[in-house]
Design a protein around this ligand. Structure first.
Ligand code: SF4
Ligand code: SF4
Length: 256
């Protein structure tokens, strides 16, 4: 059987996705034996400028170099998968959306000069190129990556969660932290897949998996938490930590 060629590429991010994958020591070799890995910078310095059947890309589009690299990856890939919150929503760095890039340069590097070819904002991949699948998380879940890779190798369309973290709370019979404790939990607007990890430890979800695309009811969440005494700015800051580029959150950020 001809193995699909796979590449793992990085833009602006912390490589958390790839650390997660490389950390799956019990299954990694079996999993990677299903494919031919042609590039994986965190694991090997080998760089093969070839086309791939599947490209996995982590990190946000933040610099001119990111943009050009991503466009080249798109041209050379059959299927393109965005891995992690940076690649899907621009990441934590996108929480600076709406701030003048010169202010950012001044506060971080003490200069007005545009270092690193910064584009002025941090974008998810789908704002720039066509993306076939998005695996959310900060970082991704190893289990979800395994299922997605196996599906792609088998030619099966991957099924990704299209419901919020709250559903996982209900399935695990975890008492709701908003209802029971009045905590500012972002589970209602955050895509599931982590098995409600934080609520299961009695901790409010901060939305690290990112908004439930096209369906997150941000105004409903805001209203619910405002009624519980939280101030608007705190809530907008919280929602924009991992979701600043989601339409409704972006509008709140712009009007802040
Ligand atoms: S604790 Fe959070 S994630 Fe769980 S049901 Fe309540 S709001 Fe949803
Ligand atoms: S509960 Fe929320 S913050 Fe915690 S891992 Fe899941 S998505 Fe991330």
């Amino acid at each position: 059987m001809v193995k699909p060629k796979v590449g793992f590429y990085s833009l602006t991010g912390c490589q958390g996705e790839y650390l997660t994958i490389l950390g799956m020591e019990d299954s990694l070799l079996d999993l990677l034996s299903l494919v031919e890995v042609v590039e994986f910078k965190l694991a090997s310095s080998v760089e093969l400028p070839v086309s791939v059947d599947v490209a996995f890309v982590e990190g946000s589009v933040s610099t001119k170099k990111d943009l050009e690299y991503l466009e080249e990856i798109r041209r050379k890939s059959g299927t393109l998968v965005a891995l992690g919150n940076c690649a899907v929503w621009g990441g934590i760095q996108a929480s600076t959306t709406g701030t003048d890039w010169k202010d950012l340069m001044r506060s971080v590097y003490g200069t007005d000069e545009n270092l690193y070819g910064f584009l002025g904002e941090h974008k998810g991949l789908s704002e720039v190129v066509q993306v076939d699948y998005e695996l959310q998380g900060c970082p991704i879940e190893g289990r979800e990556f395994t299922e997605l890779l196996v599906d792609l190798v088998r030619g099966v369309r991957p099924v990704l969660p299209d419901y919020p973290v709250c559903v996982e709370c209900k399935l695990r019979e975890i008492p709701c932290l908003i209802v029971e404790r009045g905590l500012p939990c972002l589970g209602p607007i955050t895509v599931a897949g982590c098995d409600a990890r934080c609520p299961s430890y009695d901790t409010a979800c901060i939305g690290c998996r990112g908004p439930l695309r096209d369906e997150a009811n941000v105004s409903g969440e805001l209203e619910t938490l405002l009624k519980r005494g939280y101030d608007r700015k705190t809530l907008i800051d919280l929602m924009s930590m991992f979701g600043a580029r989601y339409g409704e959150v972006a509008k709140l950020v712009a009007g802040r």
